[in-house]
Write a protein that binds this ligand. Sequence first.
Ligand SMILES: NC(=O)c1ccc[n+]([C@@H]2O[C@H](COP(=O)([O-])OP(=O)(O)OC[C@H]3O[C@@H](n4cnc5c(N)ncnc54)[C@H](OP(=O)(O)O)[C@@H]3O)[C@@H](O)[C@H]2O)c1
Length: 280
Amino acid sequence: MILSAKARIAGVMGWPVSHSLSPRLHGFWIERHQLDATYIPMPVPSDKFPAALRALPALGFAGANVTVPHKEAALATVDDATAEARALGAVNTIVVQKNGTLFGSNTDGQGFLANVRDFVPGWSARGKRVAILGAGGAAKAIAWTLHGEGADEVRIVNRTPDRAKALAASLGNRARAVDWDSSAGALADAALLVNATTLGMKGQPRLEIDLGPLPGDAIVADIVYNPLDTDLLLRARARGNPTVDGIGMLLHQARGGFNAWFGQEPVVDQALRDFVLAGL
Ligand SMILES: NC(=O)c1ccc[n+]([C@@H]2O[C@H](COP(=O)([O-])OP(=O)(O)OC[C@H]3O[C@@H](n4cnc5c(N)ncnc54)[C@H](OP(=O)(O)O)[C@@H]3O)[C@@H](O)[C@H]2O)c1
């Protein structure tokens, strides 16, 4: 695609950024919609990040994604942000406003929920008990969204108990921390189990968890997508639980930014999944 001088530009800032699938993902949609636009990787070290982000409006960028390790610094740098991003303390999507200011949001939680609904149409957390393994950035975003959806109880199970307690306390009522070694108590009568730890990822230890107490109809979601079929998902499938893999969360969380920057509502489908997975 040859760009015109009016091309819309966005990209992803991270350090390093070479592992990011976002250029591949947005590039696919740009091609599909035949847009006069581009989405570029921007490797930016931490000490240069605030200045680089503030330079986007002057450079004519429509916006950017922000990935590790800059999501917290992005919140501190933007001019305004959604209540969700402020609650999570992290921004992953930035839109340059017409007046040149930077507006930040965090799309991980909605991306997770949209992905669950791809697998289980119409699913809602309302009135349900959900168990989340992990209390890091992704777990926080998922917990916030499920809690906001009206989950009856959000159970946070984390290796470091203080992080689980802090996350549960930040959600307020209808949330509680569960010790890693007592995960059975979190799984019993849960409608959804989410792995939001790094366990099970290529190069990381296996996720050792006894699925015995989990109801047979509970959804098991893993946000790890490399490998796509994690050991957790294979074990859940073998006992008949519906499963949700992790790549769709990445794809869905990108939709809002693409729409805001390039003016098109992109679709997550099998062709996109296959194309992005081939980049792993
Ligand atoms: N599908 C998607 O779109 C998507 C989006 C975001 C993230 N992810 C994936 O989600 C995972 C978590 O990402 P993140 O950004 O939330 O990471 P993070 O903030 O670093 O959090 C990592 C979490 O994993 C736990 N953990 C790490 N090693 C562990 C171990 N040996 N035993 C038990 N728990 C362990 C940590 O527990 P402690 O608190 O005890 O350290 C923490 O809860 C990564 O694999 C990432 O690639 C996927």
